[in-house]
Design a protein around this ligand. Structure first.
Ligand SMILES: [Zn+2]
Ligand SMILES: [Zn+2]
Length: 96
């Protein structure tokens, strides 16, 4: 569970569905995971490939200044936590 943490990317409260992301990819030895909204997680991987994600690592401050991510964050800022969440029941946490 997320223990009331906000989403690592957008900072909004988390909804029912929480996905876990490795800021430092496992292939780079990353072991930490952070909770994200499903939509934030999808956007992160859709906007940045693994090489770019590895370059940012856990430097969230730099990540949120990235053009595509910054645009997404402005757009999502006022959406409800479960906005765009899939309608099927959440399965085991995805760790990507
Ligand atoms: Zn989020
Ligand atoms: Zn991920």
């Amino acid at each position: 569970m997320s223990d009331g943490q906000p989403c690592w990317l957008c900072g909004r409260p988390l909804g029912h569905r929480v996905e876990w992301h490795h800021p430092v990819p496992r292939s780079q030895g990353g072991r930490e995971t952070v909770p994200l909204h499903a939509i934030c997680h999808r956007t992160l991987h859709a906007s940045l490939d693994n090489k770019a994600l590895a370059a940012f690592g856990d430097d969230r401050a730099a990540l949120v200044r990235d053009g595509a991510i910054a645009r997404f964050l402005r757009w999502i800022a006022n959406k409800p936590p479960d906005f765009h969440a899939p309608t099927h029941r959440a399965g085991p946490d995805r760790r990507v």
